[in-house]
Write a protein that binds this ligand. Structure first.
Ligand code: SF4
Ligand code: SF4
Length: 393
């Protein structure tokens, strides 16, 4: 069997990627991990050995396949794609060429051998006793339990796998939920590494896999609590700071220079998008640092407010996306209900939250921002039209 490093070198060269480009990419991965760029050669070496070290089982459940698409970037594969290609992805419903019995056999053999990384995309569909999602005649919930029990590491990629994402939004008839919440409920004691956003940023997937291969353990984590009380773990280097902390428009925020209308002069001058609904202050991701699409740009740089897809319960909490909230939507992040700014400061007691609240109140007092849309009224209307959570339509 050929060496994994030769396989990677061949694949890179066949796709026109030079060794220099590859090392540059490894430097960017180091950045995403919060390491110095001088760690690039170590990262390159870990990637070269990756195929020999760990197989990957990639399960997909209730989702739009956007995370697979994000990682595969089928139209123009880049180095991240090649790196993920080179990992021994022994099973992936969406990407693998094999199908039917041979595909299921490949998965069964990998699970039996153990020592693999489980990458899980999409929400866990618990509705109708697990019949909401059946793959190869098996309930998706049984499949996840079995594959997770024997996995060496579990990555939940994309918001749906983290806490149910958009699939779990009210009224959630199919009982969609996140991987950690589901595993806790069936007594599988494993810590899931959560990588939210909708879809996931492929560079984070590579960065976490690389760190796992380099150090043989999960990265340093921060914890946040889902609305059902589940404590979730997130890599600190990626999800330890808010979008707002690193946003290039932050100076305009501090100066009270806001866009109030798309197409305006203020928009052309790249003023702060807070009044247009930006959820950067309450969303913990390093999107401004790692960026998207091969580091070409990212949401706010391309002129769109952050809609908070890296947060918890993000659709219920943040919609309508392009309106500023009249209350702080911190349900998922802090394990609280939707609360008014003053009570957030009192309940959390955190310097950052209090400062943000004070800042928001100050801006309101100065007449810089209005009350926002009638969120509670709109949500009450939606609730009245919906059906019971987890029930039949
Ligand atoms: S509110 Fe949004 S656009 Fe404004 S500085 Fe914060 S993250 Fe950037
Ligand atoms: S900047 Fe905000 S909306 Fe854009 S990907 Fe990051 S968390 Fe999601």
């Amino acid at each position: 069997m050929r060496e994994a490093s030769t396989r990677l070198a061949d694949t890179l060269s066949a796709r026109g990627v030079t060794r220099r480009d590859f090392l540059k990419y490894c430097g960017a991965v180091a950045g995403a991990l919060g390491l110095a760029e001088s760690a690039a050669p170590q990262i390159a070496s870990a990637l070269e050995k990756a195929a020999a070290l760990k197989p990957v089982v990639w399960l997909e459940a209730g989702s739009c396949s956007g995370c697979t698409e994000s990682v595969a970037q089928a139209d123009s594969p880049d180095i991240a794609t090649i790196v993920l290609d080179i990992l021994s992805v022994n099973y992936s419903e969406t990407l693998m060429a094999g199908a039917g019995y041979s595909a299921e056999e490949a998965k069964a053999e990998t699970v039996k051998a153990g020592g693999y990384i489980l990458i899980y995309e999409g929400a866990v569909m618990t509705g109708w006793d697990g019949d909401a999602l059946v793959i190869a005649g098996k309930k998706g919930t049984d499949d996840l339990k079995e594959v997770a029990e024997n996995a060496e590491a579990i990555l939940a990629i994309g918001s749906c796998a983290v806490d149910g994402g958009f699939v779990s939004q009210y009224p959630n008839p199919a009982g969609a939920t996140g991987v950690q919440s589901f595993l806790n409920s069936v007594g599988v004691k494993k810590t899931v590494i959560n990588l939210p956003t909708c879809p996931v940023n492929p560079e984070w997937v590579v960065a976490v896999v690389v760190e796992y291969l380099l150090l043989g353990r999960a990265p340093e984590m921060v914890q946040r609590t889902q609305s059902d009380g589940t404590v979730l773990n997130f890599p600190k280097a990626i999800f330890g700071q808010t979008v707002h902390d690193n946003c290039p428009r932050r100076g305009h925020f501090e100066n009270g220079e806001f866009v109030s209308q798309f197409g305006s002069k203020e928009e052309a001058m790249s003023y702060c998008l807070y009044k247009m609904g930006c959820k950067g202050p309450q969303t913990y991701t390093n999107c401004p640092v790692v960026r998207w699409n091969r580091r070409a740009s990212w949401c706010i740089e391309s002129g769109a407010p952050c809609i908070g897809c890296g947060g918890l319960d993000w659709v219920d909490n943040n919609a309508p996306f392009l309106k500023r909230m009249s209350d702080m939507q911190l349900k998922g992040a802090l394990g609280l209900g939707n609360v008014q700014p003053g009570s957030v400061a009192a309940a959390v007691g955190g310097v950052a939250a209090a400062a943000l609240v004070a800042h928001g109140l100050g801006m309101k007092a100065a007449g810089r921002v209005g009350d926002g849309p009638p969120m509670e009224e709109m949500k009450a209307y939606d609730r009245k039209r919906g059906t019971k959570k987890g029930g039949d339509q």
